[in-house]
Design a protein around this ligand. Sequence first.
Ligand code: NAP
Ligand code: ZN
Ligand code: ZN
Length: 350
Amino acid sequence: MTSTRAYAAATSTSPLAPFTFQRRAPLPHDVAIDIHYCGICHSDIHQARDGWGGSIFPMVPGHEIAGVVSAVGDQVSKYKVGDKVGVGCFVDSCRHCAYCEQGLEQYCDEGPTNTYNGLERDGRTPTMGGYSERIVVNQDYVLRMPDNLPLDAAAPLLCAGITLYSPLKHWGAGPGMRVAIIGLGGLGHMGVKIAHALGAEVTVLSQSLKKQEDAKRLGADHFHATSDPQTFVKLKNHFDLIINTVSAEMDWNLYLGLLKVDRTMVVVGVPETQVPIAPFSLIPKRRSLAGSMIGGIAETQEMLDFCGEHDITCDIELTPIQKVNEAYERILKSDVRYRFVIDMASLKAA
Ligand code: NAP
Ligand code: ZN
Ligand code: ZN
């Protein structure tokens, strides 16, 4: 066991604060990783504040982990000390269900082991995430970071990147397709970059026009404010694919009205409340409403390699861990361009 420094939420109402816990010594197939950077995902806030229910405390959040291998178990063949690696939203799964066998571990029949706010396969040991100095993960759930990308700006690819890459690929985003991204936050800005790189015509639907210039720089072809009711008139029956990244309650029916016949709105944002859907938002145009969750290990590696080839990273604001609570408040106000990443070197100063 290795004593590991971290930041944790003690309860759903306490701010994150310094915390120490034990990581296991590497098992034969494990990789030990020195965490250099960890992105702050909006899911960290939902879970640290128990917005979805069922949170396990104390909680060390963080599932956009980038670092360097510091040790390997004696059966490890995929990684060696010094490799630049990443860990995303899960660190294990059952490994034998039909979905695990197809590389869809995120949809494992028995549930994947979440990187934090989860339990190891023993059903008892709580997992602790990336707001910490190190992590120990089975080699099959570790990703290789592209050599040409800086580790800090690549860290959020492990969640924000794959969460948009997977549905864009699944629903065939590419040339000739009009793709809308709702919400220009951590996920949304990755959606713009990736959809643009795939050759789609990209529109951002944002609450106001404040982020318009940024969106164009990121690769968007069009930008509309959803505070303007005319947006929903102008863009009626317009899109082939809509990806909704919004973390808060909103009227999905309005956005379904922007889809052409037979097209799909994919929900990836997770509001903390139920969302009413009117049958007539779907029926008259045979539209679909779908969901999508992160991506499997092979697809996450494919996404990292794609981002390496296209030189795609996240637009980040580095923060010391001591300011993580302020970062949370700014994320809740949509005041981040576009992802906070914790510089884990700051933990040593804690
Ligand atoms: P984020 O950086 O906070 O971005 C969310 C964006 O949504 C904001 O930047 C804002 O964009 C828009 N927004 C916020 N409040 C809104 C409101 N009241 N009405 C309309 N738009 C609003 O969050 P994120 O890290 O990208 O995560 C987004 C959501 O995805 C979270 O719920 C998170 O839990 C979820 N998530 C899901 C998966 C998955 O696998 N499905 C993976 C990761 C995260 P504008 O300023 O442009 O309006
Ligand atoms: Zn996330
Ligand atoms: Zn499984």
